[in-house]
Design a protein around this ligand. Sequence first.
Ligand SMILES: C[S@@+](CC[C@H](N)C(=O)[O-])C[C@H]1O[C@@H](n2cnc3c(N)ncnc32)[C@H](O)[C@@H]1O
Length: 358
Amino acid sequence: MRPPPPAVVRAVQGLSAALERAAAALKPAQARFLEVSGGVAAVALMRAAVKTRLVEPLAAGRKTAQQVAAELGLHADTVHRVLRGLAVYGLVRLDAGGRFTLTRTGRLLLEDSPHSMTGWIRYVTSDAVLAGWLRLPETLADGKPAFNEATGTTLWEHMASHPDEEAGFARTMHELTLLAAPLIVAAYPWPEHGTVCDVGGGIGSMLAEVLRARPTLDGVLVDQAGPLAVSRDYLAARGVGERVRAVQGDLFEGFEARADLYLLKDVLHDWDDDQCRQILRNVRAAAAPGARVLVLEWLQEPNVAAFPVSVSDLMMLAQTEGRQRSAAEHQALGAAAGFEPGRVTDTGVYGVVELVAV
Ligand SMILES: C[S@@+](CC[C@H](N)C(=O)[O-])C[C@H]1O[C@@H](n2cnc3c(N)ncnc32)[C@H](O)[C@@H]1O
């Protein structure tokens, strides 16, 4: 299916934000306040649903809580109350006969649905990620990375020493990347020939979609051992395994990967400005003059509050040393590492900020 053009995506986002603002303005302040603070319940319910696979029995159709509880060996009254809570947030529908039906949003809670987002829920509600959020008051005072201070380790060190969470995180990024990939692939004039290198490319979700769209391109995937181990089967399943060379490399120590085009998708937002300059210098060292880098990020203008980019920026604050940046900020980082600015494309979701090696 062809993705909608960026102008349509932006128009839908603008209209939906305006309608949400109008709906909020209709309510008394206290009611709206309680609604916003109720978000904690929504996240807790989604976490419980994923952990217990609560909605799996509903994949086959409408059921009562008693039927769901019997299938899963759970407590029927609690199942009813939790599913009713999920109905408040639009993940299931409850009819007058006490039967629950999955909505299209609720289907994302199914483990094996094509666009499952269970990895995302597991990740954002993991103990380590929550520890970062809970450290936010102290970070407001000292500006130190919340996750690192709360856990005594960086997110990436934590992942490397918790292989289950590392695999879960790779799945999370994969889920998010698959959502955006069609828009990104449609938005950029990819070359027909040459090599594309995805730096910090995870299991290769983005690279695979680019290679599928351009059957005569080759790929290089640079990441750490954990994601690369998962990438082999994934790239083979997407039919591009033969065209991708995997390079275990470190963003900060440099890597050998000569390519015409480098992708940095959701990588720079994990790091502070000095670290980003180092990463870009290492990409520049690997690249020939004229090679291009595509920074693929949600773009955050300093004085624009918008969903999802401003929330993603806070996630970076709570989990990493990074932030979401504007196109101009990415271009300034690139200039310090030997790149001049190229075109900037807004896909309506992700920005594509092109940097050209000089
Ligand atoms: C937020 S994920 C983005 C993954 C992928 N680009 C995507 O958008 O689906 C960041 C990636 O950077 C990788 N990474 C983190 N630190 C790294 C390092 N020091 N060297 C190489 N890769 C690293 C992680 O393993 C992870 O795959």
